[in-house]
Write a protein that binds this ligand. Structure first.
Ligand code: NOJ
Length: 751
């Protein structure tokens, strides 16, 4: 059993030369050539205030991904021709982007447009939703999927994706957890970097690279009560320690743009936050890319009660550091007047405009405004079978085996009759997931079809929904129970539909939708072994499933190839290797919940004692912890050795150990390093992820695994917001999950 693709040759066409790029230093935005600098300078000298404001005005084309109805095409064309629009979102296709670019070329200064789009988990080829793909902990694969999304999107004329979302999120009620990398800053930073490098092809400039966006700056993932667009209130120390590292990683990887956020942070709308956008991003981080608002968020500062009106909002946003106004039309209405009245200084306006023009120059658009809009390339890129193979690999590597009691999975050949039951058994569109650019459900293989295709000849496969995904009625439950009774094994396909997570999809109850839990109970009444396949874009409350199913495979919303991947995993053609990037709680009452919690003065013990930090009606522990994920093989962790018992704060040590595949099949293990700073000037979390490796081993084989322990591993953000390594004792823990730690060592940091 190997997680290998069938057609390696096809895949080679899109594989990155990883060895060649691994040694490359941190990527930054490419410097501008002398010629481009002169070109931008000359243009700026000729631009009127209105033309400058036009470069900062971004409007939507056909599809609305926000609450405002888009203008009619002829109005947009006229606005483009008059130079009042600098970039557009939601126009796509080589032909359509070419058409709009032609209008831009008729404007006085012939400044090309930028075309932006939310390319969240693929363009034509659909990959698992980002949270699911993060569960692979496979940075090469994640970079690869972003690369393919960029190859496809750029061939359709797109210059700029509004991805990756790098918000750390610890509240699964928030539907947008689906779009991010989960709860952890370290994993989030690594994934942010991989995605930026993938979208931008490590260095912008080629026609198959797109600008990436680190969003939403900042704190959006901590929306109170998990309700989208809601208030965020947290200490700056928490912000810096937990929520900012993925943004910093994206900036260090040379991300072309940042998007600010809908939320207020400690009372100030992120869009109007001078602290975030100017003090931190520009001055402290030295960031020189573009900052774009979120959809309408410049105007929403009025609704927040932070700006009086458009005339007030425009200078507030620009002076705070927001370069481009996406779809609130506030800059269009009020920015020129603000410049004329002195509310915005000309150098401030010019700096924002220059950043936009420089980006257009980096993309080569002044030399050839149509270089991304090539219909022949578009046809080829959107029908490349190699892309589909990477989507298959991504879906295989993203599915987490949450439970496997008595090795119920993989499905043994002796099973003669399988009942595939549940609202998602025959789903196609749901497998693709939400927020797609192109949906082709007709090309998606269902879970039931995938099982039929892989079941040994002569196996009977019965398929039955039981209810639809909303599961309002129990009318089909009796038939489902009867079908289960006839079978040797039940595969139960339950979970969320494609449109139950994402933006504007907060849920107060994150259990299985409707009466699906009752369906699970009814099917289990038949007394047959049940393997559940769970779909969803967020952590769900799975107690009922865990109680009644012997095995649970969490497939997320796995994309174009999800059905095939699930089939491969169920039958053991591929061994599951994914691990949770976010905690699965037992109840909504435990939220927010993270593996990286604090000790408190009264930690709960293994045995219940009074007056402890605990619930009277629930354990503190989650149902499935961060980092959890099983395999069809077993791994042993042995022989830990730390190169030094004590180091200086700026020193290094190496932690080595042996990992052995002690089972009977090939497997990949995500080895995790956690650190606990025992005594510090601020109380520190009980454990923090500070390293990981994904290691593939044949049965019986061993590998030496090594982690470097250094400043990055040991530091934290102190009360003055400085990154410090404080002297004292550190516990280093290595294991298979945050709640399955196998090895421990102690390191002393000397004063
Ligand atoms: C609002 C979302 O918050 C943001 O992530 C997205 O990029 C924009 N809409 C544009 O669709």
């Amino acid at each position: 059993m190997r997680s290998h693709l069938p057609a390696a040759a096809l895949l080679a066409a899109v594989m990155l030369p990883v060895a060649a790029v691994a040694a490359e230093a941190t990527a930054r935005l490419p410097a501008l050539s002398a010629e481009d600098s002169r070109r931008v300078g000359a243009l700026m000298a000729r631009m009127s205030v209105d033309e400058k404001v036009g470069q900062l005005n971004q409007v939507a084309g056909a599809d609305a991904t926000g609450p405002v109805s888009p203008a009619k095409a002829e109005d947009l064309a006229a606005a483009v021709r008059s130079g009042r629009i600098g970039s557009m979102l939601n126009i796509r296709g080589a032909a359509a982007t070419r058409q709009y670019q032609q209008w831009a070329m008729r404007s006085r200064l012939k400044i090309p447009l930028l075309f932006a789009l939310d390319v969240i988990h693929g363009y034509q080829t659909v990959f698992p939703v980002p949270l699911g793909e993060t569960a692979s902990w496979d940075l090469g694969l994640i970079e690869q999927s972003a690369r393919i999304a960029a190859i496809e999107a750029s061939a359709s004329g797109i210059h700029w994706t509004f991805a990756p979302m790098v918000d750390v999120a610890r509240d699964p009620r928030w539907g947008r957890v689906m779009e991010g990398a989960g709860e952890d800053p370290w994993l989030g930073a690594a994934v942010a970097r991989a995605r930026v490098l993938g979208f931008q092809k490590r260095r912008l400039g080629d026609t198959d690279a797109v600008m990436a966006t680190a969003k939403h700056f900042a704190g959006y993932g901590a929306a109170l009560a998990g309700r989208d667009y809601n208030t965020v209130d947290m200490s700056l120390q928490q912000l810096h320690d937990v929520y900012l590292p993925p943004f910093k990683a994206a900036a260090d990887a040379g991300v072309a743009s940042f998007m600010n956020a809908f939320n207020t942070l400690n009372g100030v709308p992120a869009t109007g936050s001078r602290y975030l956008q100017t003090t931190l991003l520009r001055r402290q981080w030295g960031y020189d890319g573009i900052v774009v608002s979120d959809w309408g968020s410049v105007g929403e500062m009025i609704t927040h009660g932070f700006a009086r009106d458009a005339a007030h909002a425009a200078p507030l946003a620009l002076n705070a550091g927001n370069d481009i106004d996406m779809e609130s039309h506030v800059y269009d209405k009020a920015l020129a007047a603000a410049v004329r009245s002195g509310a915005v200084a000309t150098p401030t306006l010019d700096a924002a405009v220059r950043r936009v023009l420089e980006m257009k120059a980096r993309l080569g658009l002044f030399k050839d405004p149509y270089r991304f809009s090539d219909e022949r390339r578009e046809r080829q890129a959107l029908s490349n079978p190699a892309h589909r193979l990477v989507a298959l690999e991504a879906a295989r590597k993203s599915a987490v085996l949450l439970k496997n009691h008595e090795r119920l999975l993989p499905i043994p050949p002796r099973v003669r009759h399988i009942a595939v039951i549940g609202p998602l058994a025959r789903a196609r569109r749901d497998l693709e997931g939400g927020w797609l650019v192109n949906s082709s459900p007709q090309h998606v293989v269902t879970i039931a079809e995938a099982i039929k295709a892989r079941a040994p000849a002569g196996t009977q496969v019965t398929v039955l929904d039981g209810c639809d995904v909303d599961c309002a009625s129990d009318a089909g439950f009796a038939a489902a129970e009867a079908a289960a009774l006839q079978a040797d094994l039940v595969v139960l396909a339950v979970g969320e539909g494609w449109d139950m997570t994402g933006e504007d999809r907060s849920r107060a109850d994150i259990g299985l939708p409707g009466r699906q839990n009752e369906l699970v109970q009814r099917v289990a009444r038949a007394g047959k072994p049940v393997a559940a396949v769970v779909l969803g874009g967020r952590p769900l409350i799975l107690n009922t499933v865990a109680e009644h199913a012997g095995a649970i495979l969490l497939a997320w919303l796995p994309g174009s190839e999800g059905g095939n991947a699930i089939g491969d995993l169920l039958f053991g053609h591929v061994n599951p290797s994914a691990k949770l990037p976010i905690t699965f709680p037992r109840s909504v009452g435990q939220i927010p919940i993270s593996y990286a919690h604090y000790m408190t003065g009264r930690p709960a013990g293994a045995v219940r004692a009074p007056y402890r930090s605990q619930y009277i009606d629930s354990p503190n522990t989650p149902l499935y912890a961060f980092g959890h994920g099983l395999s069809y093989t077993t791994f042993e962790y042995t022989a830990p050795a730390l190169s030094a018992a004590a180091i200086k704060a700026d020193g290094k040590a190496t932690l080595r150990f042996t990992l052995t595949n002690s089972g009977a099949v090939y497997g990949e293990e995500v080895v995790q390093l956690y650190v606990h700073d025992e005594v510090a000037s601020l109380a520190r979390p009980v454990r923090l992820l500070r390293g990981f490796r994904k290691v593939g081993l044949q049965p019986g084989a061993s590998a030496q695994v090594e982690f470097t322990i250094d400043r990055a591993t040991l530091s934290f953000i102190d009360a003055s917001l400085a990154s410090v390594v404080e002297p004292g004792s550190f516990r280093l823990m290595v294991g298979a999950a945050s709640d399955d730690l196998r090895l421990e060592a102690r390191l002393e940091v000397l004063p």
